[in-house]
Design a protein around this ligand. Structure first.
Ligand code: NAP
Length: 256
């Protein structure tokens, strides 16, 4: 039974890279709304920690390792979910890497292969794997995690920023086709959120000051402030939203 407090009750939600930061917050937000969440990341110890944390909050959760850049891991994640949870309704593709900082002209082919492979290609390939299962359930929701850097490339983070712009395109490319299967495809573009991934931007006071100059709300974002928006996009409250990217940046200017 759907209730006001458990709008996602009966739904199965896969969130990638969900043992820390924004992914973990998204898993928690979906779980709090009644979904059974499947958490994963590269390291088993991180998976175990996330599973016990979520269980301690009375969230229904299953965990497994999955490096999204690896085809076998992606298949294992989806197959395990279907076997153990009976299907898939929600995919939050949140994993990203950034192995390069510097002048874009110094970035190598390997850097581009890695960044586009993990951040963009795996998001598409995971979507392709879950679509048949969502169709079996009569529909579903996909959410990609882009970045403010997808709108305005960040200095030193050229290839990463381009990968995040590509996710805005992927969202819009998939939405019309998948609408026919009652699958909505949306995207969130976070600003600067306090996680390990962004630590270079907040560990020094002068860096934080620089970042905050551009934000209207004079503080960094918290992972749960992204998790809540992701859960909203996966709920019936967002039933008429598809192909959209929501920026959640504390007011940093975002336009392409
Ligand atoms: N923090 C920000 O300011 C910010 C801003 C805009 C966008 N974002 C985006 O938000 C997403 C999450 O970032 P975050 O800040 O939440 O990072 P985070 O707190 O550092 O967490 C990263 C998570 O990703 C997992 N992970 C890393 N590589 C993976 C891979 N190849 N396959 C599967 N899991 C992997 C990590 O676990 P393991 O080490 O166990 O794999 C960990 O659970 C990324 O897409 C990032 O680009 C972040």
């Amino acid at each position: 039974m759907m209730s006001h407090h458990s709008p996602l009750s009966g739904k199965v939600a896969i969130v990638t890279a969900s043992t820390d930061g924004i992914g973990l917050a998204a898993a928690e937000a979906l779980g709090q709304r009644g979904a059974h969440v499947v958490v994963s990341s590269r390291r088993q110890t991180n998976v175990d920690k996330a599973v016990s944390l979520l269980r301690s909050k009375n969230i229904q959760v299953t965990g497994t390792t999955c490096n999204v850049g690896n085809a076998e891991d992606r298949e294992k994640l989806i197959n395990m979910t279907v076997e153990q949870c009976g299907g898939v309704d929600i995919l939050v593709s949140n994993a990203a890497v950034n192995p390069f900082f510097g002048n874009i002209l110094d970035s190598t082919e390997d850097v581009w292969d890695k960044i586009l492979g993990v951040n963009v290609k795996s998001s598409f390939l995971l979507t392709k794997l879950v679509v048949p299962y969502m169709e079996k359930r009569g529909g579903g929701c996909v959410v990609f995690v882009s970045s403010v850097a997808g709108y305005q490339p960040m200095q030193g983070l050229g290839p990463y920023s381009v990968s995040k712009t590509a996710l805005l395109g992927l969202t819009r490319a998939l939405a019309p086709d998948l609408a026919q299967s009652n699958i909505r495809v949306n995207c969130v573009a976070p600003g600067i959120i306090k996680t390990r991934f962004s630590s270079a931007l907040w560990e020094s006071e002068s860096m934080t000051e620089e970042v905050l100059k551009q934000t209207s709300i004079k503080r960094l974002g918290k992972p749960e402030e992204i998790g809540g928006v992701i859960a909203f996009l996966c709920s019936d409250d967002a039933s008429y939203i598809t192909g959209e990217t929501i920026t959640v940046t504390g007011g940093i200017n975002c336009r392409l």
